[in-house]
Structures are given as structure tokens and as C-alpha cells.
Design a protein around this ligand. Sequence first.
Ligand code: PEP
Ligand code: MG
Length: 569
Amino acid sequence: MLKGIAASSGVVVAKAYKLVQPVLNISRRNVEVEPELLKFEEALVKTRNDIQTIKEKAVGRLSDDDLAIFDAHLMVTQDPEFTGQMIEMIKSEGINAEFACQEVSGMFINMFESMEDAYFRERAADIKDVSYRLSCHIMGYELANLSLIQEEVVIVAHDLTPSDTAQLNKAFTKGFATAIGGRTSHSAIMARSLEIPAVVGIAGLLDHVNHGDVIVLDALDGVVLINPNEDELKHYKAKADRYADLKNSLKVLKDADSVTLDGHHVELVGNIGNPVDADKVLENGGEGVGLYRTEFLYMDAQALPSEEDQFVAYKSVLEKMGSRPTVVRTLDIGGDKELSYLPFPHEMNPFLGYRAIRLCLDRTDIFKTQVRALLRSSVFGKLCIMFPMIATLDEFRTAKKFVKDTEAELLAEGHAVSKDYQLGMMVEIPAAAILADQFAKEADFLSIGTNDLIQYSMAADRMNEKVSYLYQPYNPSLLRLIKLTIDGGHKEGKWVGMCGEMAGEEMAAPLLLGLGLDEFSMSASSILQSRKMIRSLKYSEMKEMADKALNMSNEAEVVALVKKTLKLD
Ligand code: PEP
Ligand code: MG
């Protein structure tokens, strides 16, 4: 039995699919030409076959635009400029095929990456993909492809990138387990929005699990069992059934009010990563969207998405949500979220570096496209624009002015823009929490991003399981920062929400309610459970409890207080 962090609820039993992505160490060697050419040709055929199969399997699951990516990949493998130069190098220099592949593809990648035109920059990502696959085949590595999985499995990996996670086929991927990561790493967040059970941060995972082992993934308690015996299997199957019953019983609350026993209303809304997630928010009785992470639109693409592509996505979410508020966060890239087609310089501390609003205020070309798309979509619903990672009032003012200038530009061009969209900000840097009352004078709303706020307050990387003990949502220091933010917002008559994962935690809801939080934004799958909790509480009692918690000295005391007050275990 291995222990990790429960990242997306559920209990499943399936075979392990061990994902190992080979790391290629390529160096120049002198070889015999004829056999090397043969090896190269065989690898090329395998590469083409792979791409063809991936494409065929994806028909019906992916849009035509996404499928076209595979045609582009096939074209690369057939381009005589590309493979011809590799063959030429092997012949004339008598060198190994993988080195020739690395040299030639590197040249093309550099060339395409430096081009102005987005279409050509997109080709660089295609070439990277194809040349990696080709090199793997030349070197005799078998390449796993998640979208080719045809039986029910639990994926076991060192880590899954957010884009790996986005490609998982829910019909066959019953869950996943990873060696690194925490509850707030982005693959965990995506697992919750895809409703795929996940346990992350399991030390030693890959040493213990073999491909094909039977795995119990208990993503309620963060446990993985390898090759369980009959009794264990029976126990976990019963646990899975109980969990399914609980989920069903919550459905009656779909249209119920989010109101406490003594009549205090709050809003329970959803976090989404794409327009399809908005449907899940509605199915789960969400009263709006509290965080649309637009970066996934950028991460799922092969090049910066155009204004039109973005407009279509934002409009679709706003239309689905209708009169319900939709908080769309501007691009929050950097940290653990990278774009293959927009390489950043290597940084010692990417979470403290050039990311989110810092990047957008620098790359105003990228920011402009997004803000134009957002403002154009504003007439289709109740839009709230939110800036991530605001540290200073100057940053907020600059971003706000940028939006207002863009609005004037759009109006002059004859576009319609709603008159009552809101402009707010995330409070996820302690400096902003401490000065919340000043920010609230100029922002329409504040939304607390505890995923980052905790890591910055405790100086503990949210991705590093070795310091995950410092990730303490219930530490009184964090509760005081939350209190400062809520009071700061209310002093200026502004609403205050929370879109960090803490908002969806069962134990946190009573405290946040007592601290006066107005809006709780969480994965769609947590909304009904939270509504049940809110409806069982008295606001007056939770205020008293929160006051006590603020004066405690450590997390354990706060947890004990909440458990005692709510009579939990
Ligand atoms: C947060 O930091 O709490 C947040 C919601 O943003 P993200 O998890 O995308 O960094
Ligand atoms: Mg954040």
C-alpha cells in the first residue's frame, strides 16, 4: 500500500498502465552507412504508422481542427527537405541516424520558432513532436500514447503535464497516480474538472508498480494498493459503491439555495478550464463561473490562439451561463504552465518569476488579443474580467487602463461592448492581501487564490511534495490574510470570492463562511457537497468559530476546533 495525496475523488480498480517517456541522450557516432539508412527508413515508417493510427483513433473525439494537427505531422514525415537532409547527412558524414535527426530538426525548429507568422511558429511544435517520435523509434524506444489506450486502466506516471491530462480518454482512463505533484498542481486541478479520480505525490510509485499490475486507486483517502487480495478487493468495491450512492443522493440539491439555517446567502460557483466544463458547472447546480482558467486555451493550441478563436470560446461560456456571473481570468502562464510554442528563458524560481500579469503587461501584443476577445464577448452574458498575480496597485491600474483603452478602440471600430462588465483581481500574493482595502477602492471584486497565496505565505513550492507539510490552509496566519482580504473588500462595498482549491474543501467551508466570504468557486464535482454543508450550518455560529480560529496559534488547533464544532469524527 502506497500513500499519496487525494487529488480528485473516487475509488477505482483497474490495471496499471505505466507511462514511461524516454529521455533521449543523443551524441554523434560514426556508423556503417547502409544498415543505418535501413534503420532510419524503418523508424520513419513506424513514425508514420503511429501518427496515422493516433489520428484514426481520435476521429469523433477531437474536432476537425485538432485532427488537422496529425495531417501536419504526416506532412512533416513526408517532406523531402526534412527527411532528405537527414539521409544526406547519414550518407555523407557516416553518422548515426538519431544525431542526423536531431541536427536537421533542430535547424528547422529554430528557423520556424523565429518567424513572425503564427502559422509558421506552429510548425516548430509539429517538428519537435515528429522528430521526438522518430528519434525514439531509431533508438528502439517504445513510445506510449495515452490516446491509444483501449482498455480500462489507471495511469501510473512520474508526472502528467496539464496537456497530457487534457488528452486522457475518460472512457478508458479510470484514474491516475503520479509520483510528484500536490492537490493544487494543475494536472490535479484538471483531473477534478474531468472527474477522473487521482492520487498524486506518491513517493516511490514507479519503483513499486509494474505495467499490468492490478491497482486499487482510493482517491478519497489518497491510497494506492498494488495487486490486492480478494478481501481487499471486496472492501474497495464496496467503498466505490458507497461513494457512487453518496454522489447520487446529492443530486436533489441541484436547484436548492446556497443558504445557511439562519438565512445567510452565499454563491457556489465553478472553476472551469474550457467551455465544456461550463456544462458540468450547470449540471452540478453552479450559480456561475468563479474562475475560467483561460491558459488552457493557449496550452491546448499549437500557437497563440487568435482573437477569433478566443472570442468563440468566451462567447460560448457566457452564453451557456446566461444571467449567471462568469469570471474569466486573463492569461496566467508561467510557473508549472508552459507553452511549447512560446519558450520562456530558464528561471531559478519560475513561480516567483515572469508569469501571469507580469508577462501580459510586458507582452502587450498577446494581452491585447485576449482583452479584445473578452470585451467583444461581454455582450453575451455577465462578464467579470480578473487579473492574476497582482502584487501592486500600479500593476492593477496599468492592467485596468489597458482594458479601458482597448474598449475605446473597439467602440471606435464599431464593436459592441457591454456597459456593465466587472474588472477585478486575484488576491494570491500576500502583499495584495495585506493591502486589500486599497485595491478594493479600484477593483469591482476580489477573488482569493489560495493555491498560490499559501505557497507564497509559507515559502513552500506547491509542486514539491517534500515541503507539502507546509501547505497549510488552516494555519491562522493564512486565515488572517483571508480575513484582511474579505474585510478590505467589504469596507469598500465589493464582493469577495475564493477560487483557490480551499474554497471546495469540506472542512474549510464553515470557516470561510464565518470569515464572511461571499462567493466560493470550486470544481463542479464539489458544488453539491458544499451546498449540503452550507445548508446544515448556522452563520452566527460559524462567525464565532472563525473568530476563535483567528486567535489560535497553529493549524492543528484550528482543525481540532472545526472538527469539534461540527462534531466530525
Ligand atoms: C490560485 O492560485 O489559487 C488559483 C486559483 O490560481 P492557479 O491555481 O491557476 O494558480
Ligand atoms: Mg494562482
